[in-house]
Design a binder for this molecule. Structure first.
Ligand code: FES
Length: 144
């Protein structure tokens, strides 16, 4: 069996929503200290809806495929729906990732959340801090 699904290869070789958004309403940048990969997501938000989203990922193929898929999954969705995006949902949408590449999808979930948090912060919108666990206390980087 091939290591990567056709969907992973498709989103890696032909990633959707690559680039930057000028005057983005929210920008999230996250990195993984271990592999050194960095992901940045830009959101345009109108009336609680994510009207546009772009990403730049300096990282492995799985990270690029995960960010591409994540942007597709949140485009046109409400903030609340985007907050519910999990790395597991991204992996499922990609028809799976090898176990040692799951952390790449975690980066996508974290980048989306970081961009939404940035939007809340910029607009002084109150939110439940539990939605955005502090990076320092987050276990993701420690367990791979
Ligand atoms: Fe680290 Fe893919 S190897 S994000």
């Amino acid at each position: 069996m091939a290591l990567y699904s056709e969907k992973v290869m498709d989103h890696f070789t032909n990633p959707r929503n690559v680039g930057e958004l000028e005057n983005a309403d929210g920008v999230g940048e996250v990195g993984n200290a271990k592999c050194g990969d960095i992901m940045k997501i830009y959101l345009k938000i109108d009336d609680n809806i994510i009207t546009d989203v772009k990403f730049n990922t300096f990282g492995c193929g799985s990270a690029i495929a995960s960010s591409s898929m994540a942007t597709e999954m949140i485009k046109g969705k409400s903030i609340d729906e985007a907050l519910e995006l999990t790395n597991k949902a991204v992996v499922e949408a990609l028809d799976g990732l090898p176990p040692h590449k799951i952390h790449c999808s975690v980066l996508a979930e974290e980048a989306v959340k970081a961009a939404l948090k940035d939007y809340y912060d910029k607009n002084n919108i109150p939110y439940d801090k539990a939605l955005f666990p502090d990076c320092d206390s987050c276990a993701h980087c420690a367990d791979h």
